[in-house]
Design a protein around this ligand. Structure first.
Ligand SMILES: Cc1ncc(COP(=O)(O)O)c(C=O)c1O
Length: 356
């Protein structure tokens, strides 16, 4: 039996979108492939609110995160971490030989504009990475305030991890001054895992040109050059099935209306937060709570794995905590095509199982 997924990715994919993965293949060096990638670019620009170049990567989001820090750090990277995914970005930098420092917040706390100001004021850094939505803690960072600080340092390349938020909440890339905004297909965009997407600003392009060793597969400048020189093509063979499905799903997202889509995510988030506060506790403070997933403190000390077993028998699945929060929290995602009705059903089943 298929379990309805309320885990923070991969998410359930609509049947019609799944069908698009089975589109007959085309040559990846054809006009049709260029047109497909161009259509995706135009639609992604709308979802990201940007005029910047759009790069696709046949990898999950981690590939572009690694590529961003390696391709565009000339001097030193300031990596801000609010949990597991910020920590991983720091490891990506150091394991590629990119000089970097990590600035961590306590688990459950955000990156603050003050922290960013202090780091950038040293003049040591020319690239900064921020996690927009930390999927382990369910924190959404105050990105507008952070962006205001970064704007004062025009030499700094601003990389934003929106893997678990883009498509579920408004992220205005150009207004925020984000140079590289990275996301994956398997979360709020509502597609299967296997492709990643980022925006790439003229400033990031200029920075990459000054970096000698950018690697190869995740060289963001190489990805960009193929768009420019080969009319929207990809340097190696891309996942064409994902591209067919993405092209189609982006039409659906735009037809729903971005504001409607974001409002639906927020409505679900508010419902889950109220439930979490009533029955357990929230890990995040209200002002930093994520709109796309909720991390619930396991104050009743329930066995999440037993709960998931029972949910599984009924055709549902939630997520345990991540990393250091594995046993002390559990997570309920409200992403992609999930509806408030789905959430209400899930929570009432959880109540029934736990006798709440
Ligand atoms: C916030 C965040 N960043 C990065 C990643 C890594 O993305 P991917 O699994 O697509 O490589 C994840 C995955 O869950 C994530 O939630």
């Amino acid at each position: 039996m298929h379990k309805r997924l309320f885990i923070p990715g991969p998410v359930d994919v609509s049947e019609d979108v799944l069908q698009k993965l089975a589109t007959p293949q085309i040559g990846h060096r054809t006009k049709d492939a260029s047109e497909l990638q161009r259509r995706i670019t135009e639609k992604m620009r709308k979802v990201m609110y940007t005029e910047n170049a759009i790069l696709l990567s046949t990898s999950s989001g981690s590939g572009l995160m690694e590529g961003a820090v390696r391709s565009c750090t000339r001097k030193r990277a300031a990596v801000f971490s609010v949990g597991a995914f910020g920590d991983r970005w720091y490891k990506m930098a150091t394991s590629n030989g990119v000089p970097a420092d990590k600035f961590s917040s306590e688990l459950g706390q955000p990156t603050t504009p003050q922290m960013v100001e202090e780091a950038l004021a040293t003049g040591k850094y020319d690239l900064i990475t921020i996690t927009h939505n930390e999927t382990s803690t369910g924190i959404m960072n105050p990105v507008e305030e952070i962006a205001e600080v970064i704007r004062k340092y025009p030499d700094v390349i601003f990389c934003l991890d929106t893997v678990s938020s883009l498509g579920g909440t408004k992220i205005e890339v150009d207004k925020l001054g984000v140079d590289i905004c990275i996301t994956s297909t398997q979360k709020c965009l509502g597609l299967p895992p296997g492709m990643a997407i980022c925006s790439f600003s003229p400033k990031a392009i200029a920075a990459a040109k000054q970096v000698e060793n950018r690697g190869l597969y995740f060289d963001l400048l190489d990805l960009y050059n193929y768009i420019e020189k080969k009319d929207h093509q990809y340097p190696s063979t891309p996942s064409l099935p994902h591209m067919f499905a993405l092209d189609y799903q982006l039409d659906k997202i735009l037809a729903e209306g971005l504001d409607n889509r974001f409002a639906r995510h927020l409505e679900m988030a508010k419902y889950v937060r109220a439930w979490a506060k009533d029955k357990f506790e929230m890990l995040a403070e209200d002002q930093y709570a994520s709109n796309t997933l909720t991390t619930v403190k396991n104050t009743r000390n329930i066995s999440v794995s037993d709960l998931n077993k029972e949910l599984g028998k009924r055709g549902y699945m939630i997520s345990n905590g991540y990393g250091d929060l594995k046993d002390v929290t559990f997570r309920i995602a409200h992403m992609a095509e999930t509806t408030l009705e789905d959430i209400k059903t899930l929570l009432s089943i959880i109540e029934e199982i736990l006798g709440l």
